[in-house]
Design a protein around this ligand. Structure first.
Ligand code: ADP
Ligand code: ASP
Ligand code: MG
Length: 460
């Protein structure tokens, strides 16, 4: 069996869902499990609904919900309006009832004027719950024996709402139980990405972009032959094509390289996706729903040699640097531990760390708890914060074996102010922090430098 995950743009409207149906139809004999995201931009819209509900702006809550309702109903009608079956009616009823539930929930948030992480998860879960209902019915009407499978019945997580972590054992056990039964009966499960539930049955979400992760969890649990991530680009590229129009497609990349890239901002793949697949040695493919005949990118266990030093450039905007300096304590025992305990306590993860004799610098992308963190750190040393930074990361297995890459890289961008430089322990990435306003220029410059010529075996 295979897992096929369709991202937001791949289910964004009737045309996209039609393409997805074509693609799945062509693979029915490989026993697919389909995982879907919310329609493009719906998760953001639901987060906005939650935020205005908290502010008690009921009119905006209702306007937001109405717009979403229209969009989903229009898509359902476009997909199912021409069939003679009663399926449109069934879907409309289900969609309406989900929106009634969503409205109740948002209204109670507005009444209380309080938004917990738990109610936020309940609200955003509707994105995937709605898209999956429409997709499953559209698939059925196009000859795919689809059956809706509620992921909350088998993706079992802890209760860290908004970024819940799956309980692997329980998730594996239940995923097998639920999905294998559907597959054995010759049907095609259509499950929601991104959402799960606690052991007690409370709805959770597993972090933004988490549908990729859902697909990997399901693939690992079922021992899939392959996991297919269907998205809106031809594959993993040498850089984000929105910034570098001449970016090339990477034909093959190792799990390790792909995971470094996604961790440092290549949004095409969720960072946690790769791990469950690696552990089971399941190949992951990235394909383009709008260009299904393109061979995409294959992510494999072992790196393939290439004559290019690096395989891709990733970046992450909106990064904040926190510096802690102390002449007294830095070399003292436990200094770093004390600092990291602060971040731990505030459940904030740190991406890049550099140390000097008198200071430690760390980057964060989540600044929700920054004020509290600063307060706690001020007991340890002098704290300064620099905002509007970006992380740029070049990745390639060849970095291990090629001397002088750093010199070449910094030479290429010599006029740029660089705040932090770090080479990951894996030795396959070189990461540095710059002003956010320099990102586009730097990434294009590095792309010119490292991909002027490409190894045709590895890049398309
Ligand atoms: P989906 O909704 O299918 O999950 P995402 O928007 O999460 O899609 O990811 C696909 C997007 O990732 C692409 O449209 C592209 O702009 C962006 N992206 C960033 N870095 C890369 C990269 N190195 N290669 C390909 N796409 C990238
Ligand atoms: N819909 C969720 C998000 O936008 C999950 C996903 O698309 O992967 O973050
Ligand atoms: Mg995504």
């Amino acid at each position: 069996m295979i897992v096929m995950k369709f991202g937001g743009t791949s289910v964004q409207d009737a045309a996209a869902i039609n393409s997805a149906a074509e693609i799945v139809l062509g693979r029915v004999d490989r026993a697919p499990v389909v995982v879907v995201s919310a329609m493009a931009r719906v998760t953001e819209a639901l987060l906005r609904v939650a935020a205005v509900a908290k502010e008690r702006r009921v009119d905006e809550v209702l306007a937001g919900i109405n717009e979403l309702r229209e969009r989903h109903l229009t898509t359902a009608r476009e997909l199912l309006g021409r069939t003679n079956e009663p399926s449109l009616e069934t879907v409309e009823r289900e969609v309406q009832s989900q929106f009634a539930e969503l409205e109740d929930l948002a209204r109670s948030v507005a009444t209380l004027g309080e938004l917990t992480a738990r109610s936020q998860d309940a609200i955003v879960s509707f994105g995937e719950r709605l898209s999956s209902v429409i997709v499953a019915e559209a698939f059925r009407s196009r000859g795919i024996p689809a059956e809706l499978a509620d992921s909350r019945g088998f993706i079992i997580t802890d209760d860290r709402f908004t970024r819940a972590a799956p309980d692997m054992q329980e998730t594996t056990r239940r995923t097998r139980e639920v999905l294998e039964a559907i597959i054995k009966s010759g049907r095609v499960p259509v499950a929601q990405g991104f959402i799960g539930s606690t052991a007690e049955g409370v709805t959770t979400t597993i972090g933004r972009g988490g549908s990729d992760y859902s697909a990997a969890l399901i693939g690992a649990a079922l021992g899939a032959e392959a996991i297919e991530i269907w998205t809106d680009v031809d594959g993993l590229m040498t850089a984000d094509p929105r910034v570098v129009p001449g970016a090339r497609r990477i034909r093959v990349i190792s799990f390790e390289e792909a995971s470094e890239l996604s961790y440092f901002g290549a949004k095409v793949l969720h960072p946690s996706t790769v791990l469950p697949a690696v552990e089971r040695r399941i190949p992951v493919h990235i394909y383009n729903t709008l260009n299904p005949s393109c061979e995409g990118t294959l992510i494999v266990a072992e790196p393939r040699p290439s004559s290019n030093v690096i395989r891709s450039i990733a970046f992450k905007r909106g990064v904040t640097i926190v510096n802690v300096s102390s002449t007294r304590m830095l070399l003292a025992f436990g200094f770093l531990r004390t600092i990291f305990e602060v971040f731990d306590r505030h459940q904030t993860s740190v991406d890049v760390v550099t140390t000097s004799e008198v200071s430690v610098s760390m980057t964060l992308d989540n600044t929700d708890r920054l004020e509290a963190i600063k307060l706690d750190l001020s007991g340890i040393g002098e704290v300064t914060v620099e905002r509007e930074k970006a992380i740029v990361c070049v990745v390639g297995d060849n970095l291990k074996f090629t001397p002088g890459v750093a010199a070449r890289l910094f030479q290429a961008i010599e006029s740029t102010n660089v705040n932090m430089i770090s080479q990951g322990a894996s030795e396959i990435n070189l990461t540095f922090v710059i002003d956010e306003s320099d990102v586009d220029r730097v990434v294009r410059r590095l792309h010119d430098e490292f991909f002027a010529e490409v190894d045709a075996e590895v890049f398309a």
